[in-house]
Write a protein of this length. Structure first.
Length: 256
């Protein structure tokens, strides 16, 4: 009889088994990588060393956010898969947008897929039209932003930009509606974190659009990357179960 070979642990289970000290260190590690990416973005014009710092640490910060999302005990495995998929697509978008050459549309598509993945995660425990007011507010902001930028957007990019803006607004609206649906229950804090992340994503991408199409913003890398990394961090953090709920479940499991 041939003995079966031992199953290799999946990357997800490997990350989840990381020691608690490493998990606690993830937040400052993300912060340091994000700050380095912002510094390299601000000082990188005409200085190759700073530009290399930006190129290395911009995707590194997102990789660390993905590791954090995999390391925390999730509210559900399905929700974590959707969020991690969205973060992985965001990582692809990071690389495409900073790659030498004009890969703006490709980066836009990567982030659009990311938002669709986040939407899939949010719909797992919420409804599409849970809070119409959230939809109205997010779509209104997207429409006003597009209207102000419309003359500056090249005609060849208008369809792609409109499609992306609508999907981004839908993601933020669903996150807000989900936070309202779960207010007061066990998912209140994780849902609130996702809603904050959705709003920060709208802010960061609005700043990116103004910087690209309307005119260079002062210290653009600070405002754009700062809001972006805060957005993906909050969305990643929404994967984690509330500590109080997790502790209660552990106590109940130990008594059964």
């Amino acid at each position: 009889m041939i003995a079966s070979s031992p199953r290799r642990p999946s990357p997800m289970s490997t990350v989840a088994s990381l020691p608690p000290a490493f998990r606690r260190a993830l937040a400052p590690m993300v912060a340091c990588a994000a700050l380095a990416a912002m510094l390299g973005g601000v000082l990188g014009e005409g200085a190759s060393a700073w530009q290399w710092l930006h190129w290395m640490t911009k995707p590194l910060a997102t990789v660390l956010v993905i590791v954090a999302a995999l390391a925390w005990p999730p509210i559900t495995s399905r929700y974590r898969r959707r969020v991690v998929t969205g973060l992985a697509c965001s990582l692809v978008g990071d690389v495409l947008l900073m790659w030498p050459g004009d890969l703006f549309v490709a980066g836009l598509v990567a982030f659009l897929i990311a938002h669709l993945s986040f939407i899939g995660g949010f719909l797992g425990d919420s409804r599409l039209g849970a809070r119409p007011l959230a939809w109205f507010g997010c779509l209104l902001l997207a429409t006003l932003n597009l209207a102000w930028l419309w003359p500056s957007i090249p005609p060849a990019l208008r369809v792609a930009v409109v499609a992306y803006a609508l999907v981004l607004a839908a993601m933020a609206a669903l996150a807000l509606g989900r936070a309202s649906v779960h207010a007061g229950d066990a998912l209140a804090r994780p849902a609130r974190r996702a809603a904050i992340g959705g709003l920060l994503f709208m802010l960061g991408d609005s700043l990116l659009a103004w910087d690209r199409f309307h005119g260079a913003l002062p210290l653009a890398a600070v405002w754009i990357l700062g809001s972006y990394y805060a957005a993906v961090w909050f969305i990643a953090r929404s994967v984690a179960r509330d500590e109080g709920v997790a502790a209660t479940d552990a106590m109940q499991a130990s008594t059964t």
